[in-house]
Ligand binder design. Structure first.
Ligand SMILES: NC(=O)c1ccc[n+]([C@@H]2O[C@H](COP(=O)([O-])OP(=O)(O)OC[C@H]3O[C@@H](n4cnc5c(N)ncnc54)[C@H](O)[C@@H]3O)[C@@H](O)[C@H]2O)c1
Length: 405
C-alpha cells in the first residue's frame, strides 16, 4: 500500500493516477474539510481530466483520510514555500510530514519526498529526523514532480521523471512504482542531484522568461515588435526564447529559483536579477495601462477592469498571481482606485471588486487589462466589444484598440 501525504495540486493527481493503475493507495491530508470533500466524491480544484481520473480511482478503491497509514511506501507532497526575507526554502511542512511518517512507518519503509526542495534540504532537515528517531532502517528517496497545471493528467503519464535515492536498488523499486502509470523515461540518480536538477529546471524557465521580458522592455523603448523578433530569432536552430508576459505566478517558477539565491547569495546574482525582472512585470503592465489611459483620455480607474486572476490560462490557482501583484501595485504605488476584476475560473472571492460574470464585469468599462489568456477569450477580442485592451499575453491579435507589452 502507498500512503500519499498532502492532497493538493500535486499529491491528489498523483494518488489518483496510482490508484487508477492498480496500486492500493490511501491519500492523507491534515486538512479535514479537504478530506471530507474528497470523501463526498468531489475534486478540490479544476483541472482537465481530473474528474474522470477521480472516478477511476474511486472505482479502484482509493481512500482519503486525515490519518497517516502503516504501510511500506510514503509519498510526501506538501508545500515548500520560501522565506520572503532570507529567500531560503521553508522546509517546515516537509519536516513535519516526515516526522509524522517516521512515527508510524514499519521497519524498512521507503519515504519518498515529491515536494520540490533545494539541494541539501533532505540531508540537512530530513536525514537528521531518521537519526533522532533511530530509524536508519527507513530509505529516503526524492522524486520531484514536473507536471504543469492545466495539463497535469497528460503530463503525469508522459513526462520523464527523476528519482534520487541513496540506494540504487530502492531507486529501482520506486521507479517501478512510478512506471505503473508513467510512460516517460525515469532517470535514477542520487538525492542531491535530483534536488538540484528540479530547481535548475524551474530556474532555467524563470531566467528564459526574464530574458524575454527584458527584450519586451528594450523593444518597447526601441520601437520594435518583440513577438516578431522572438519568432524570427527562434528560427535559429540553437535559439529558443520563451514569451514575455505580465509576470510569473504559481507555486514553482517564481518560488524555486529563490532557493538558490537564498543558499548561494554571493554567487546566484544572475538568477536574482532574473527573478526581479519577472517580478517587475505586473507593475510594468500597470504603467502601460496608465499610459494608455492618458492617451485615450480615461481618467477614472473604475472604468478599467482586469480580466484574469489565476496565474495562468485555464487553471483556478491564484498563488503568486501576477494580477494580485498588479492590484497591489495599483493600491500602493500608483494610489489608484481599485479596479474591477473577473476570472471565469476563480469561483472563490479572492479580492475586493471581484465579480462573477462577464456581463457584470464589462458593464461601464472602457478598458480591460487582459492578464490571463483563458481559452474562452483567446483570439476573441470581439468579446470585449470596442473597449481598449491592454494585452501583455499577446492573445488579442492586432488592432487599433490593442496595446501590447
Ligand atoms: N503546483 C504545482 O504546479 C507544482 C508542480 C511541481 C511541483 N510542485 C511541488 O509540489 C509540492 C506540493 O505543491 P502543491 O501545489 O501540491 O501544494 P498544495 O498547497 O496544493 O498542497 C499541499 C497539501 O499538503 C497538505 N499538508 C501540508 N502539510 C501536511 C502535513 N504535515 N500532513 C498532511 N498534509 C499536509 C495541505 O493541507 C495541502 O492540501 C511543492 O513542493 C511544490 O513546489 C508543485
Amino acid at each position: 500500500m502507498i500512503n500519499v501525504i498532502g492532497l493538493g495540486y500535486i499529491g491528489l493527481p498523483t494518488a489518483l493516477m496510482m490508484a487508477s493503475h492498480g496500486v492500493e493507495v490511501v491519500g492523507t491530508d491534515y486538512n479535514a474539510s479537504l478530506v471530507a470533500t474528497l470523501n463526498a466524491g468531489h475534486t478540490t480544484f479544476k483541472e482537465e481530466g481530473l474528474d474522470e481520473l477521480f472516478a477511476e480511482a474511486a472505482a479502484a478503491g482509493i481512500r482519503f483520510t486525515t490519518e497517516y497509514q502503516v504501510c511500506g511506501t510514503y509519498i510526501v507532497s506538501v508545500p515548500t514555500p520560501y522565506d520572503k526575507v532570507d529567500k531560503k526554502i521553508d522546509p517546515s511542512y516537509v519536516v513535519s510530514a516526515c516526522r509524522t511518517v517516521l512515527g508510524v512507518a514499519p521497519q524498512g519503509a521507503v519515504l519518498v519526498i515529491e515536494s520540490t526542495v533545494s539541494p541539501n534540504t533532505i540531508d540537512r532537515f530530513v536525514r537528521p529526523l531518521l537519526t533522532e528517531a533511530g530509524r536508519q532502517d527507513v530509505s529516503l528517496v526524492h522524486a520531484p514532480e514536473r507536471i504543469i497545471p492545466g495539463n497535469m493528467v497528460h503530463e503525469l503519464v508522459h513526462n520523464n521523471r527523476t528519482i534520487g535515492a541513496d540506494d540504487p536498488e530502492v531507486g529501482e523499486r520506486v521507479a517501478d512504482l512510478y512506471a505503473s502509470f508513467c510512460r516517460g523515461e525515469i532517470a535514477i540518480t542520487d538525492i542531491r542531484t535530483a534536488e538540484m536538477t528540479k530547481v535548475v529546471e524551474n530556474t532555467f524557465r524563470a531566467v528564459n522568461i526574464a530574458f524575454a521580458n527584458e527584450l519586451a522592455k528594450v523593444c518597447r523603448v526601441g520601437g520594435m515588435d518583440v513577438y516578431e523578433v522572438i519568432r524570427i530569432a527562434n528560427k535559429h536552430p540553437r535559439v529558443n526564447i520563451l514569451q514575455p508576459g505580465p509576470g510569473v505566478g504559481g507555486h514553482c517558477i517564481p518560488v524555486d529559483p529563490w532557493f538558490l539565491v537564498g543558499d548561494y547569495p554571493e554567487t546566484a546574482n544572475f538568477i536574482r536579477l532574473a527573478l526581479q525582472t519577472n517580478f517587475s512585470m505586473p507593475e510594468y503592465v500597470l504603467r502601460r495601462a496608465h499610459e494608455a489611459m492618458a492617451e485615450r483620455g480615461i481618467a477614472d480607474p473604475s472604468r478599467v477592469g482586469v480580466y484574469g486572476l489565476a496565474y495562468k490560462e485555464d487553471v483556478d490557482d491564484v498563488r503568486e498571481s501576477p494580477t494580485l501583484q498588479l492590484l497591489g501595485a495599483q493600491a500602493e504605488h500608483l494610489c489608484g482606485a481599485p479596479m474591477r476584476v473577473y476570472d471565469p475560473w476563480v469561483e472563490a472571492d479572492v479580492v475586493p471588486n471581484q465579480v462573477h460574470s462577464m456581463s457584470e464585469f464589462l458593464d461601464g468599462l472602457e478598458m480591460v487589462i487582459v492578464m490571463v489568456g483563458h481559452s474562452e477569450i483567446k483570439g476573441r477580442p470581439e468579446l470585449f466589444g470596442d473597449r481598449i485592451l491592454i494585452d501583455p499575453r499577446n492573445v488579442m491579435g492586432d488592432g487599433a484598440n490593442v496595446y501590447k507589452l
